[in-house]
Design a protein around this ligand. Structure first.
Ligand SMILES: [Mg+2]
Length: 496
């Protein structure tokens, strides 16, 4: 059976095509679908130890837990906990599992699920709803804990889009799930998919009229009901992989994309054939001829054999202009090179509006003088510098960092670039955005990391576009020897 996220992608596209004017909704169950219940079990059992000064669960790891949350008694057997302790441990578990403190402390989402939810929340006319068997009295605590774990992913849930069980715990859950779907339909949403870890819930929803348009997605985590209950058309999976779901057409319109290292014929050809707007080219002088050429760093004879001789800046600019592309020039040298580039852009056939120009360079390379010159020549261009070394001090000396960035702004810099892969990238991006600065993320190595960055919505993302899943084969500037080791088989295209 096809991958469940790919089935979801196809079904989403089809629903959008059939109902372009409607607000679509995808529904998620919470426990065992978004939230990993094993973490809650581990947390409450360790609380038991703490309160009672016992050591039964000190070594209990999340991966050791293979039972549904309603069968913790089986776990106690597996762990060989003395029989005479079972009842009081189970009582403690039942009393503590839904306390607000447990929800806040022990809610962990399954890997990837928040990214999937964020992706849908970014799509126009799509709402993510929650359809849970939890009773109504947990409404406020449920929203508080889910919004706390959602914050790092820019995910938020609202009460309006949360349907809860009007009954008590475990009472009529499957019926309540069907009522939840009916409720959202009556509120004007076209429900197109529902994700739940209990087959019986998906079965109940599938008995509703007109449910053929709802794709039942079974989260194959820990569940109680029988897999045999699953509707025949359901898709099942346990990995939430955004790159299986996300389509190029659904990328947000308000993030700019830059193809990194368009310095050789192979990359240039692929870039020109793509919908990507911006080409980043690396500018320096040729040590022998003094001409302006495109090169990231020293080219090895092997690379020259593979990608051809170095390209001249003026030739490439003419070509990019002819293809109506926008140009990001990365200065590898400053000083006179800045004047030569500005001069070149004034030559016949090289003129291009400022909004389609973007200049990047390290502070040490371009210096105040270089930034100011570029800003004077192109008041509307993007002028950018990387600030990774300064970001290191963001926690200790935020005010110092803010003043430094303000000073660079006054010299003409309009965007700050941050390398992908640093911990807490999202917090850094939101801090800079709170301060009113534009941000770019660079050195994004593959499709999964590219999509993750897109979810954070910086102003722009600079990537190698080495995305075989999307049939992009960019190799960036070729650093690290990792750049184009892929095979056509990875695509499932079967080409030799
Ligand atoms: Mg569940």
């Amino acid at each position: 059976m096809a991958n469940w996220m790919k089935r979801l992608a196809l079904h989403f596209e089809k629903t959008k095509r059939l109902h372009p004017q409607e607000t679509l909704m995808i529904l998620f169950d919470i426990d065992g679908t978004i939230v990993d219940m094993r973490t809650l079990i581990q947390y409450v059992l360790r609380e038991f130890d703490r309160v009672h000064d016992t050591e039964f669960f000190q070594d209990l790891k999340v991966d050791d837990i293979t039972v549904h949350e309603n069968h913790v008694n089986e776990l106690l057997d597996q762990l060989r906990i003395p029989k005479d302790q079972h009842q009081r441990i189970l009582d403690f578990w039942c009393d503590h599992r839904w306390l607000p403190s447990s929800l806040m402390e022990a809610h962990r989402p399954f890997a990837g699920v928040m990214e999937i939810i964020r992706w849908f929340q970014m799509q126009p006319n799509v709402v993510v709803g929650l359809n849970t068997g939890r009773p109504e009295y947990l409404r406020a605590d449920t929203l508080r804990s889910l919004n706390a774990i959602g914050e790092d992913f820019r995910v938020s849930f609202s009460s309006e889009h949360l349907y809860m069980n009007p009954g008590d715990w475990e009472q009529g859950v499957a019926r309540s799930k069907a009522d939840g779907v009916r409720h959202f339909r009556d509120s004007g949403f076209r429900v197109f998919a529902m994700v739940d870890n209990e087959p019986a819930n998906l079965a109940a929803v599938f008995e509703l009229d007109g449910c053929e348009e709802i794709l039942p997605l079974h989260a194959h985590t820990l569940f109680e009901s029988e897999c045999g209950d699953l509707p025949y058309c359901s898709a099942s999976g346990s990995d939430y992989i955004l790159s299986d779901l996300a389509a190029e057409d659904d990328l947000p319109d308000d993030v700019q994309f830059v193809w990194h290292g368009v310095n050789d014929r192979a990359n240039l050809r692929q870039f020109l054939g793509s919908d990507v707007e911006w080409a980043e080219i690396d500018v320096r002088t040729d040590g022998d001829t003094g001409e302006l050429i495109l090169r990231h760093d020293s080219t090895t004879p092997d690379e020259e054999a593979e990608f051809g001789p170095v390209l001249k800046l003026d030739e490439v600019i003419r070509r990019l202009i002819r293809f109506e592309k926008s140009i990001k020039l990365d200065f590898k040298e400053g000083g006179p090179v800045v004047d030569r580039v500005v001069g070149m852009l004034n030559e016949e056939g090289m003129k291009i509006e400022g909004q389609r120009l973007w200049f990047n360079g390290n502070v040490e390379v371009l210096e105040k003088d270089g930034f100011e010159k570029l800003r004077r020549a192109y008041p509307t261009a993007i002028i950018q510098c990387p600030i990774d070394s300064h970001i290191e001090r963001l926690d200790d000396a935020p005010e110092e960092v803010r003043l430094l960035l303000s000073r660079l702004s006054s010299q003409g810099v309009s965007r700050f670039s941050i390398e992908w892969g640093r911990p807490e990238l999202f917090q850094v991006l939101s801090k800079l955005s709170d301060w009113g600065f534009e941000t770019n993320v660079y050195n994004v190595p593959d499709l999964d990391s590219f999509l993750q960055v897109v979810l954070f919505k910086p102003c722009s993302v600079t990537a190698d576009f080495n995305f075989p899943k999307w049939h992009y084969y960019g190799h960036g500037s070729g650093q690290g020897d990792e750049y184009h080791h892929y095979s056509m088989e990875e695509n499932g295209s079967g080409a030799a």
